[in-house]
Design a binder for this molecule. Structure first.
Ligand code: ATP
Ligand code: MG
Length: 412
């Protein structure tokens, strides 16, 4: 039998880390709601085709990262490697086109068979937003503004930068692809084997290569910007003007392409410089062809997703377990009374811990460690008078308070 441990690339989430995750998701949800988005939860597994057909047959995810399984009924299912395909599947199968635009956010586990390393797991968590049904640059500006607002709302170390590019419409991309292929063929000998293969199947993806040899060749490759047709250029210009107007700092990066086939026009990433190689924390783009490709009517869409684990590693401060009050009975003779007082506080929404064992000194030390604001001491004398001793641990003061006045005293 295997040792009792989690599967490679997966981990248990609890304590500090779980609190950090919750905090990030809470903030992201709040930002998304301020922008008028509503939450959706789609299943963790879908029919394999939802991903295999739509993310791009030559994408890293489809070629080597998907967790596929056959269920007992012989259906080919896949644990979702990303969120957009499932949301768009739901948009179509639930008939959401009746009420456009559709603005949704989601969060939850994603699964990719990758080589585990810092910031890269096989089960990880994403938060994402999708805006379906708006063709104009307003959607691009809105969704990037939400991403920027969210990442800045977190207390991260390091610089936060939006990198942005335009892949243009199909005509522009086809023009560019021809030029790129010609250039890469001239430099074939210098390319990695992976990129030689990409060149055959999906040359744009060479630009996304992390191989050092490829990177130098990519450095001098033709630039997307020179091949955008007038319409695509104008569209991108309007997006950038919108970002300027909202004072969103961005950097146009003409090498930026995204790993999935469904993107066109605007693509963007938010990077930070505090995690080295795994510096991308959020990524997204337009996918005007995806809804139609999946069987719906032609409908524009744009979205992004971020990796919660990577963001959690960058939070400057640990999120502490919140405790407002600790109830400390002086002995077992007043244990029930102490529990009763704790119950009164807890049912009023005051986060209350109780001390279980130990002498008074040990109990006080523990209360202090919990970072509670108040210690509430209860002994036989206090029980007789229906009072407690309320110690304000922040201020180092204490006073005797009637149990009936306690909540008012704490809430102020
Ligand atoms: P990378 O280039 O790092 O492999 P990606 O392009 O595959 O990223 P996306 O599919 O765009 O990533 O996912 C969006 C975000 O989700 C990433 O920026 C990253 O923060 C996070 N992410 C992606 N894969 C993983 C993983 N295996 N473990 C942890 N986080 C991940
Ligand atoms: Mg990847």
């Amino acid at each position: 039998m295997k040792k009792l441990q989690t599967v490679r690339g997966t981990y248990d989430l609890y304590g500090d880390k779980k609190r950090a995750h919750n905090e990030i998701i809470k903030k992201a949800s709040k930002v998304a709601q301020s922008f008028g988005f509503e939450e959706i939860e789609t299943p963790i597994f879908e029919f394999t085709n939802v991903f295999a057909r739509n993310l791009g047959e030559t994408s890293d995810i489809v070629t080597k990262e998907m967790y596929c399984l056959e269920d007992r009924g012989g259906e080919s299912l896949t644990l979702r490697p990303e969120g957009t395909a499932g949301v768009v599947r739901s948009y179509i199968s639930e008939g959401m086109q009746q009420n456009l635009p559709v603005k949704l956010f989601y969060h939850g586990p994603m699964f990719r068979y990758e080589r585990p390393q810092k910031g890269r797991q096989r089960q990880f968590t994403q938060f994402g937003m999708e805006l379906i049904g708006v063709e104009t640059p307003q959607a691009d500006i809105e969704i990037i503004a939400a991403a920027y607002n969210f990442v800045n709302y977190l207390d991260l170390g390091g610089n936060v930068v939006v990198e942005i590019n335009s892949l243009g419409d199909k005509e522009s991309r086809d023009n560019y692809r021809d030029e790129l292929v010609a250039y890469l063929k001239e430099n074939l000998d210098g390319l990695s084997n992976d990129s030689k293969e990409r060149l055959e199947k999906n040359p744009l993806r060479v630009l996304d290569s992390k191989d050092e040899k490829d990177k130098t060749i990519v450095e001098n490759a033709p630039k997307f910007g020179d091949y955008l047709n007038a319409e695509s250029k104008e569209f991108f210009k309007l997006v950038l003007e919108g970002l300027d107007r909202l004072n969103i700092e961005y950097k146009v990066n003409e090498r930026l392409v995204r790993g999935l086939d469904y993107y066109d026009h605007t693509v963007f990433e938010i990077t930070t410089d505090c995690l080295g190689a795994q510096g991308t924390v959020l990524a997204g783009g337009r996918y005007n062809g995806l809804v139609e490709q999946m069987g719906g009517a032609k409908t524009a869409g744009i979205g992004w997703a971020c990796g919660i684990e990577r963001l959690a590693m960058m939070l400057k401060e640990d999120i502490k377990k919140p405790v407002e009050a600790v109830i400390i009975p002086t002995g077992s003779d007043v244990m029930l009374e102490a529990m009763e007082v704790a119950y009164i506080l807890r049912t009023s929404g005051i986060i209350t811990e109780q001390s279980y064992t130990g002498n008074m000194k040990k109990r006080m030390i523990k209360a202090d460690k919990m970072n509670a604001k108040y210690a509430i001491i209860i002994g036989a004398d206090e029980v007789a008078k229906e009072t407690v001793i309320l110690k304000n641990l922040d201020e180092g003061t204490q006073k005797e308070v009637k149990v009936s006045e306690l909540i008012k005293e704490i809430r102020g």
